[in-house]
Design a protein around this ligand. Structure first.
Ligand SMILES: Cc1ncc(COP(=O)(O)O)c(C=O)c1O
Length: 694
């Protein structure tokens, strides 16, 4: 719910923006909004350059960049990558505090010179690198400080953002740490096989697997990579053992377990007993026995769990790690030589900057997350005299979210402004209805506001019904509609004079926001907002030295009424239903939507790189023995085509794999004939369908 937080020290008589800069930014905005007398001004929402200049000069005295930083919670969600400069522009600090700072407006100017239109995604590759380094360095440091005996081998889950430049940057930044990759489909595994060539780095194969998927993973084993096939479904175990025997390769296996512990919030269904993925405890026990009987127990190297993305509460994570550590110990005690523990994804991103356990935040730091994992596992293992496992995490969101943002322009507004009085229809003086609504407004005072509102609503409904029956003129109805808005305007202006604003009236005011029409599509650029109500920080990228005076919601330019944003980050509430922005002027006005680097770029229709499905067009045909015929077949995407869509060059990927195979042939580790077959197989999978084959 949108409420400008009330300042407890606020005085009723204090009706002007004060020169003293002691007020909270929220209170300054409230004052400015009151002075604005939003509804009674004019029908147009656009002010002249002179008005803007005057306003901006006046407000800049009282509104500082610190106010803007605090008001938009930039310090909370920005993780040190964002700030505001003296010119009131949003700046990026891609290498964190102390590093170079870049004005987003400068980038915008540059791209516009190159005739690149908005909306535009801007990526900061340095932020990606910084995220990888922070994660690995922090793990390394805490492992050392706690004398933990295992090492850390993180992997980046490709599905979170599988664009070529993103993966290349992450792989490059992760090289000193043997940072690996995770794949959840054949298409992703093709990328991972080509890029993750470090024999020390881990590759994790998650997701449902068919024979081609498993064979590709075993091909990676032939290249002496640490490729772990994570058994998610019990039947995958038999298939993997069978294929490994046929190919005479010792696989590296992981068991994914369904923990009883599960995350909280929007992505919690990935964990818990009813999760879609993972083995039950009975299946784990049975799986260990089957591997033993087949002489393949040595292949079991990893225990994996994932309790859901965006873990907001550190206690949930601690519970899961504790349960996982007990299972690790249990499996070791059964004789399984498990060496790695994979804690999955879930490391959160503080989207609303509240540092709380709300769905859009996290109540812990990276440091606390890592310490919790290490300490918990260390203690369980020491108690049971088992070796500390090497640690794997599959953090995706926390690596990629900050690096990209969407810059978009506001192209207009859909206001609720009152018609100027001169255009109010004359000649209505004789109407009873007009007299009645005029009387309601005349009698309106802070004490009877709620009753007056109810009277006005009732009168409006009555007039609508009479209008439908043809008993009231269009002019009368229009007049009453305008008086209804006038009552809302009065409420807004007199908010402070009322001891307590009833909730019903408060929600009337919330609907008072102006809609800013923004040049973007929610479905394309923020699908999680549309599908899961995920919040993203949205902030003007300029004019931050001016006080924001307009309470707005954002509508996109699609023809779908769901194409809007009316939930915004808030510190003290779950969310705000309005966003305070600047008045529009004839000059362009730009907004940035931030922390969109995880999932948003790729969720649209290529999750896990599963592409367009095959399509057939069926027609009825009485002459046909089956009464129909298939007129057209439109093949779905091949892996080749989805890779191309994500800016990979399939030919290049094949070349990487061919070179790796040829090296092993030269070293005498693979027979030339087998090498040719491996390359042919890799290339043939690329020509195939992105989905599982029967
Ligand atoms: C198995 C697995 N690993 C890793 C991730 C990445 O999670 P996150 O982006 O929260 O780090 C996911 C996403 O849900 C997942 O399903």
């Amino acid at each position: 719910m949108e409420r400008i937080p009330q300042n407890p020290h606020h005085s009723d008589t204090d009706n002007h923006l004060s020169d003293v800069d002691e007020k909270a930014p929220e209170e300054k905005v409230e004052e400015a909004a009151l002075q604005e007398e939003i509804l009674s001004e004019s029908h147009s929402d656009v002010v002249t350059p002179i008005e803007t200049a005057r306003e901006s000069k006046a407000s800049s005295k009282k509104w500082t960049k610190e106010d803007a930083i605090q008001f938009y919670h930039i310090d909370g969600w920005g993780s040190g990558y964002f700030s505001v400069n003296e010119q009131g522009n949003l700046v990026m600090l891609p290498r964190g505090e102390g590093g170079p700072s870049i004005q987003l407006m400068d980038i915008l100017e540059d791209i516009q010179k190159q005739n690149i239109d908005l909306p535009c995604i801007i990526r900061f590759q340095d932020i990606l690198r910084d995220r990888v380094v922070r994660l690995n360095e922090t793990f390394g440091r805490i492992i050392q400080e706690t004398a933990y005996k295992g090492f850390y081998r993180g992997v980046y889950p490709v599905k979170v953002n599988q664009l070529r430049e993103v993966i290349e940057e992450i792989v490059d930044a992760g090289q000193p740490y043997h940072y690996g990759l995770e794949a959840g489909s054949k298409a992703e595994l093709q990328i991972v096989l080509a890029y993750n060539s470090d024999p020390e780095a881990v590759t994790i194969c998650n997701g449902y697997k068919d024979a081609d998927f498993i064979r590709l993973a075993l091909l990676g084993r032939q290249l002496e990579r640490k490729i772990m096939i994570v058994i998610e479904q019990f039947n995958e175990l038999q298939l993997t053992m069978q294929m490994a025997k046929q190919m005479n390769i010792m696989p590296m296996l992981g068991f994914r377990i369904k923990l009883a512990s599960k995350g909280a919030g929007k992505w919690q269904s990935s964990g818990g007993d009813s999760a879609k993925f993972g083995l039950s405890l009975a299946e784990i026990v049975e799986g260990v026995e089957i591997l033993k009987q087949n002489g393949m127990l040595d292949a079991l190297k990893l225990l994996h769990f994932h309790i859901g993305s965006q873990i907001s509460d550190i206690r949930t994570f601690k519970e899961a790690v504790l349960e996982g550590a007990r299972l690790y110990v249990g499996m070791r005690q059964m004789g399984a030589p498990v060496e790695y523990m994979d804690l999955g994804g879930g490391l959160g991103v503080d989207y609303d900057g509240s540092q709380s356990n709300s769905d859009y935040s996290m109540n812990y730091s990276l440091e606390e997350y890592i310490r919790t994992a290490i300490k918990t596992i260390q203690q369980v293992c020491d108690d049971q005299e088992q070796p500390h496992p090497h640690l794997v995490t599959e953090s995706g969101r926390a690596i990629t979210a900050h690096h990209s943002c969407l810059v978009m322009n506001v192209v207009g507004s859909i206001g609720e402004g009152l018609l100027p009085s001169s255009t109010r229809s004359p000649g209505l003086e004789g109407s009873e209805y007009v007299k009645e609504v005029d009387q309601i407004l005349k009698d309106l005072n802070p004490k009877n506001a709620l009753t007056s509102y109810h009277d006005m609503v009732a009168k409006r409904e009555e007039i609508l019904n009479l209008f439908k029956l043809g008993m009231v003129s269009l002019k009368e109805r229009a007049y009453v509609d305008e008086r209804f808005k006038e009552l809302r305007s009065w409420l807004l202006k007199n908010r402070r004079r009322m001891k307590r604003m009833p909730d019903e009236l408060e929600s009337v005011l919330e609907k008072n926001a102006t809609q800013y029409l923004v040049n973007f599509s929610v479905f394309q650029s923020a699908p999680d907002h549309w599908a899961f109500d995920q919040l993203f920080p949205i902030v003007p990228i300029h004019r931050l030295g001016e006080i924001p005076r307009r309470s707005t919601t954002l509508v996109d330019i699609t023809c779908d009424s769901d194409g809007m944003i009316d939930r915004f980050i808030a510190r003290s509430e779950a969310f705000n239903s309005n966003l305070w922005l600047h008045r529009l002027s004839p000059k362009p006005y730009y907004l940035g939507m931030f922390l969109t680097g995880a999932y948003q770029d790729i969720m649209g229709d290529l999750h896990n790189l599963f592409g367009r499905v095959n399509e057939v067009h069926v027609f009825c045909d009485d002459d046909d023995p089956e009464d129909f015929y298939i007129q057209e077949v439109i093949p779905g995407d091949t892996i080749h085509s989805v890779l191309e869509e994500n800016q990979f060059v399939p030919f290049e990927l094949c070349k990487f794999v061919r070179t790796a195979v040829e090296d092993k042939v030269k070293q005498g580790k693979i027979k030339p004939r087998d090498g040719v077959q491996m390359i042919d197989f890799y290339e043939s999978v690329m020509k195939g369908y992105t989905y599982l084959r029967n």
